[in-house]
Design a protein around this ligand. Structure first.
Ligand code: F6R
Length: 240
């Protein structure tokens, strides 16, 4: 992977946005893989500025993951987050931006349907990734198969604790999610992994410098030929 160390999340967001903006200018019908969580927010903000005035009506997008069982329209559902943080600020066509279906009744089939939709779109051109403090990508927790496809998973206790900040209490964080698999992520043509802050330093070092192992799902990026890692100084602290 190409590792770029920047000062902070703002500079990293600007750089990540420049990579995405270049793709979208060259390929107006680009297919983006979209991460949620805190990490990509500076990137989405910079992207809205860098692409202001551009016609993004052909851009397609696929979110990485969704909680299972939140009511439709819940503000912390990833459908709502993607609409609020990405679709509206960038002026994308919401109908072209897919998020896995987290309805309990249909979650069982949603993985297969989502894989089919990604394939029908021609695959993901550029996948934006964050990294969990436990080394997850998407919601592929440690132990996930490196060949996994989109499916329902149980969130690790650490991830539920990490994400409790978005909910009233940890008890409100869903137990399950539907996530693109590591195999799904590896099919994207370019991976852009962002990591900001000291809490990511350990997982980031294991991902970038450790052995490829399902115990550190993000280490799977070593299997991909085109990866850009954008990391701030705090998250780079444990790189040798
Ligand atoms: C989000 C996702 C997760 C996050 C990770 C880091 O769609 O798939 O892997 O990227 O949990 O979360 P933040 O950015 O909130 O630290």
């Amino acid at each position: 992977a190409e590792v770029v160390i920047v000062k902070d999340a703002d500079e990293g967001g600007a750089l990540g946005a420049a990579v995405v903006a270049r793709l979208v200018r060259q390929t107006p019908a680009a297919v983006l893989g979209l991460a949620t969580g805190s990490t990509p927010l500076t990137m989405y903000r910079h992207l809205a500025v860098q692409l202001a005035g551009a016609d993004l009506g052909q851009v397609r997008g696929f979110a990485l993951d969704e909680y299972v069982g939140l009511p439709t329209g819940h503000p912390e559902s990833y459908r709502a987050v993607i609409d609020r943080e990405v679709v509206v600020p960038l002026g994308l066509d919401a109908g072209r931006i897919a998020v896995p279906n987290g309805k309990i009744e249909t979650a069982e089939h949603a993985g297969r349907d989502y894989e089919a939709a990604i394939a029908a779109a021609g695959g993901v051109d550029l996948q934006i990734l964050g990294i969990g403090t436990d080394g997850h990508i998407g919601f592929n927790e440690p132990g996930s198969s490196l060949a996994s496809l989109t499916r329902v998973k149980t969130l690790a206790p650490q991830t539920r604790a990490d994400n409790a900040r978005f909910f009233e209490s940890i008890d409100d964080v869903p137990m399950h999610c539907i996530t693109q698999g590591i195999g799904t992520i590896l099919r994207a043509r370019h991976l852009v992994l962002l990591a900001f802050g000291a809490s990511k330093a350990h997982a980031l070092a294991a991902a970038v410098e450790g052995a490829v192992s399902s115990s550190v799902p993000a280490s799977a990026i070593a299997l991909h030929p085109h990866v850009t890692v954008i990391v701030d100084e705090a998250a780079a602290a444990e790189l040798v």
